[in-house]
Design a protein around this ligand. Structure first.
Ligand SMILES: [Zn+2]
Length: 240
C-alpha cells in the first residue's frame, strides 16, 4: 500500500482513539456526578423544610401570644363578673367569655396542628440528613475510584498522543493539511473503508474504477461522492 495512504489511515485511527477518551472520561465521572447531584438535591430539600419549619414556628408563636392575651382577658372577665349589676351586663360578659373560649380552643388546635407539622418535617429532615451522611461516606470511595480511572485514561491518552506526534513527524506537510481539511467536517470518518463496493462514510456505491484503485492502494483515492479518503480493510484485501 502507498506509504502516504498508510500514514493517513493510521493518523485517522489515532485521532479516533484520541476522541474516544472524552466519553470515557465522562463515563468515569458519571457516578460521582450523579451522587453529587443527589446530595445537592437533598441539601436543597432540607433547606426548604427548615424554612417551612421557621415559618410554622412564627405562626405557632403568634398563636401562643394570642392565647396569653385571651387568658388574661378571661381572668379580667372573671373579676368583672363579681361586679356586674344588671342582667344586660352579665349577658354581654358571658358572650365575651364564650367568644374568648372559642378562640382559645381554636388557638390550641392550631398550635397542636403546627407542632405535628413541625415534628413531621423535623423527622423528614433527620431522614434526609442520614441519607446525606450515607452519600458522603460513599462519595470519598467513589472519588478515589474515579481518580484511579482518570489517571489510567490519562496514561493511555499520553501514550496515544506520543504515537500521534511520532506519526505526524514522519508525514509531509501537504499530506497533513490535506487530511486536516477533510477531518474538519468528516471528523472520525476522514478515512473510511469500502465495503461491498460502497463508501462507509456516505454509503454510496463507488464505480468499478474507483473500487479497483482502492484495491490496488497505490494512490490515495477519495470517494467521488463525499471526498473522504477510502481504503480497503485488511480482511477484504486478503479476499481480493
Ligand atoms: Zn463517500
Amino acid at each position: 500500500m502507498n506509504k502516504h495512504l498508510e500514514q493517513l489511515i493510521e493518523l485517522s485511527q489515532v485521532d479516533k482513539e484520541i476522541d474516544a477518551f472524552e466519553p470515557q472520561i465522562e463515563e468515569a465521572n458519571l457516578q460521582y456526578e450523579a451522587l453529587m447531584a443527589t446530595k445537592n438535591g437533598i441539601a436543597n430539600e432540607i433547606n426548604t423544610l427548615k424554612q417551612e419549619i421557621k415559618d410554622e414556628q412564627i405562626k405557632k408563636h403568634k398563636n401562643e401570644l394570642h392565647l396569653a392575651e385571651l387568658s388574661s382577658k378571661l381572668e379580667e372577665n372573671a373579676k368583672k363578673s363579681g361586679e356586674v349589676k344588671t342582667e344586660r351586663e352579665m349577658k354581654s360578659l358571658q358572650l365575651e367569655e364564650e367568644i374568648a373560649k372559642e378562640q382559645v380552643s381554636f388557638a390550641n388546635e392550631e398550635i397542636e396542628r403546627l407542632e405535628k407539622l413541625i415534628d413531621h418535617k423535623q423527622s423528614k429532615i433527620d431522614e434526609l440528613e442520614a441519607k446525606a451522611a450515607e452519600i458522603d461516606s460513599t462519595l470519598s470511595t467513589v472519588k478515589a475510584d474515579v481518580d484511579v480511572k482518570l489517571a489510567r485514561i490519562d496514561e493511555e491518552r499520553k501514550e496515544v498522543f506520543a504515537r500521534k506526534e511520532a506519526l505526524v513527524g514522519t508525514m509531509n506537510q501537504k499530506g497533513l493539511s490535506f487530511y486536516q481539511k477533510i477531518r474538519r467536517w468528516a471528523k472520525n470518518t476522514t478515512a473510511v473503508p469500502v465495503r461491498n463496493q460502497a463508501c462507509m462514510g456516505c454509503y454510496m456505491a463507488v464505480s468499478d474504477k474507483v473500487y479497483s484503485d482502492v484495491i490496488k492502494g497505490e494512490e490515495i483515492t477519495m470517494c467521488p461522492h463525499c471526498g473522504r479518503i477510502l481504503f480497503l480493510e485488511p480482511s477484504d484485501a486478503i479476499g481480493a
